[in-house]
Design a protein around this ligand. Structure first.
Ligand code: BT5
Length: 315
């Protein structure tokens, strides 16, 4: 966020301040103060003109806006946010920014017109969702990159639980809402892309797509949304929660798998994992330190590092 606007918000968080006082404090003209306040209002900040000056409710939960300054305000994680009403794919945009050297940059959109899933599958992303990609430049070998995907799945599941949704992780990266009959609906998906060499990651883009305030009728069969589960949510605080939790996870990569195990619905299930042309059926026993799934099959124990996993209903 623009430094002057951040300073104005910080000043107002302590109580009302008169325009001329703000101008003196920030060493800018009164007209400039007025222009910045108008920009903040347009971004969704509820700044009133009172007898005592400009006034803002300092509680970040009271700001009902979905925009870059609103998401950055009070965000306790070091990400810069770029917001788009509509965009092709936030992952594509984050990749472009990563190619230009960006780091710790989040790209957030209300709607995507060319959202992508894994293996170039289509990702349906109408207005009302949380479509977000975070670009990072970690100093890790490529073999540890899948931990970033698990970290995003953990963060998203925790944030969904924070708004009251009984979410769980389906290996490796789907956030689902389990149903009483053993079935489940997909709430969110994650797509991680990276560039690097054999021993070093150059950049990682972690794409997180959450069906937030969306009618599931407009989504593919088998999908659900936060709105369908618990009603309309505040996307601004939800995104802040995901970013803060993701940051916490990526700062402690050694414990990501343990947190993932706590939140998964896959372990203990009979599953089918499609790995390219073959399918493996077995009981999901555990995940390795690198996030690969360990299966007990009729032919013995197998470990798969990538694939599409389906929970099979008990026979
Ligand atoms: C994923 O792929 O689950 C990863 C989705 C990542 C989307 C985010 S949004 C922000 C960022 N920008 C992007 O362009 N992408 C990322 P996969 O496991 O391959 O699942 C894709 C399959 O999920 C599709 O083939 C559909 O069957 C289904 N699907 C598509 N849209 C969906 C939705 N909104 N909700 C639930 N399921 C959906």
């Amino acid at each position: 966020m623009n430094e002057t606007r951040r300073a104005i918000l910080e000043a107002l968080a302590d109580g009302p301040v008169a325009g001329p006082d703000l101008a003196t404090r920030l060493d800018i003209s009164r007209a400039a103060v007025w222009k910045h306040v108008e920009t903040l209002r347009a971004a969704g900040f509820d700044i009133e003109s009172t007898e005592d000056g400009y006034a803002l409710d300092g509680d970040r939960r009271s700001i009902d806006a979905f925009s870059a300054p609103a998401i950055e305000f009070g965000l306790e994680a070091p990400y810069e946010v770029e917001y788009h009403e509509t965009i092709g794919s936030t992952n594509d945009r984050a990749r472009t920014l990563a190619g230009r050297g960006a780091s710790d940059q989040a790209v957030v959109a209300d709607e995507q017109t060319g959202g992508r899933g894994r293996l170039e599958r289509e990702w349906t992303a109408p207005s009302g969702g949380v479509w977000m990609s975070v670009c990072c430049r970690p100093t890790i070998p490529p073999a540890r990159a899948p931990l970033y995907t698990l970290a995003a799945a953990v963060a998203t599941t925790q944030a969904a639980r924070d708004v009251g949704v009984d979410a769980a992780i389906k290996w490796p990266n789907d956030v689902i809402v389990p149903e009483a009959d053993g079935g489940y609906r997909k709430l969110a998906g994650i797509l991680t892309e990276m560039e690097g060499e054999t021993d070093r990651v150059e950049w990682l883009v972690v794409g997180i797509g959450v069906n937030a305030n969306i009618d599931p009728e407009t989504l593919p069969v088998g999908a659900t949304s936060l709105q369908a589960e618990v009603g309309t949510i505040d996307r601004r605080t939800f995104v802040q929660d995901v970013l803060e939790r993701f940051h916490h996870q990526r700062s402690a990569l050694g414990s990501v798998v343990d947190d993932w195990r706590e939140l998964t619905a896959t372990l203990g299930q009979r599953v089918r994992v499609d790995v390219g042309t073959a399918s493996i059926v077995g009981e999901a026993l555990d995940v390795t330190d690198a996030g690969a799934l360990v299966l007990e099959t009729e032919a013995g124990r197998r470990t798969v590092s990538a694939g599409d996993c389906e929970h099979l209903r008990p026979t």
